[in-house]
Write a protein that binds this ligand. Structure first.
Ligand code: MF3
Ligand code: CO
Length: 250
């Protein structure tokens, strides 16, 4: 799991530097798929329950599971979420980053930053002996504090030999505490946060893509995490994030 995560961190580190206005979302997928293959890994999303690509590429109001397309061209000011899973020696790692295309509005930049921060605030609870929904509550309460909408139709999940394993990991407060966290558990924690309502609608014409119901911007941030005897290990952290000091936020 560590090695799968490290390789996915490298993929995200590299693809973030490739995103620019004028590219299609299919260009993004092509570059990303090649980076996964160059790491000696398998793109787990491709053909997963019929999903046609290695990356989910979701633009602006698209929340999750955007299908790459030659006709969808990124423009200056867009935000784009890159969500992908790879496997290495039979183990999966899952991570998402939302990337600004060129210069974006201050509101968009803050949405991206605070979505990422909500993940790290969640990590303050990702300690053995605590309960899973302490993470959920920390994430949701943090995002709610800004008046954002928290997506409830999608959750994080356990991950390992399968891409999606138990337990589900909601990004909002529950009325039950969830399982007790134990060293060795590997979790994909993935807040999806909207500028407006957290409600989603699904695109006409495909069974995958979810959009914010009010067409407001949506950001997504995800890492695969290992619960340990001490601090959680963020297996899919990128070098830029490590250098920026995100690991000191929890
Ligand atoms: N991180 C996404 C998820 O957990 C990736 C799914 S791959 C797809 O749902 F093939 F289902 F799109
Ligand atoms: Co996931």
């Amino acid at each position: 799991m560590r090695e799968a995560g490290r390789r996915l961190g490298l993929v995200h580190q590299q693809i973030a530097g490739e995103i620019r206005a004028g590219m299609s979302t299919m260009d993004v997928n092509r570059i990303g798929e090649q980076l996964i293959l160059d790491q000696g890994c398998i793109p787990s999303c491709k053909n997963y329950e019929g999903f046609p690509a290695a990356f989910c590429v979701s633009v602006n109001e698209e929340v999750v599971h955007g299908i790459p397309s030659d006709g969808r061209i990124l423009a200056e000011g867009d935000i784009v979420s890159l969500d992908t899973v790879l496997s290495y020696k039979g183990y999966h790692a899952d991570a998402t980053r939302t990337i600004p295309v060129g210069k974006v509005s201050k509101a968009a930049r803050l949405l991206i930053e605070r979505t990422r921060e909500s993940f790290f605030v969640g990590m303050r609870k990702a300690f053995a002996g605590r309960h899973l929904h302490e993470i959920s509550r920390a994430i949701g309460d943090y995002a709610k504090g800004f008046g954002y909408g928290i997506v409830r139709d999608y959750c994080g999940h356990g991950i390992g030999a399968d891409m999606h394993e138990d337990p589900e990991i909601p990004n909002y407060r529950q009325w039950r505490r969830g399982i007790k966290l134990k060293p060795g558990m590997t979790l994909a924690v993935e807040p999806m946060i909207n500028m407006g309502t957290g409600n989603v609608v699904w695109a006409e014409g495909n069974d995958w893509t979810a959009m914010s119901a009010d067409m407001s911007l949506s950001a997504h941030y995800e890492n695969t995490v290992l619960i340990t005897d001490g601090k959680p290990e963020i297996l899919t952290i990128t070098d830029d994030e490590r250098e920026a000091g995100y690991l000191d936020l929890f």
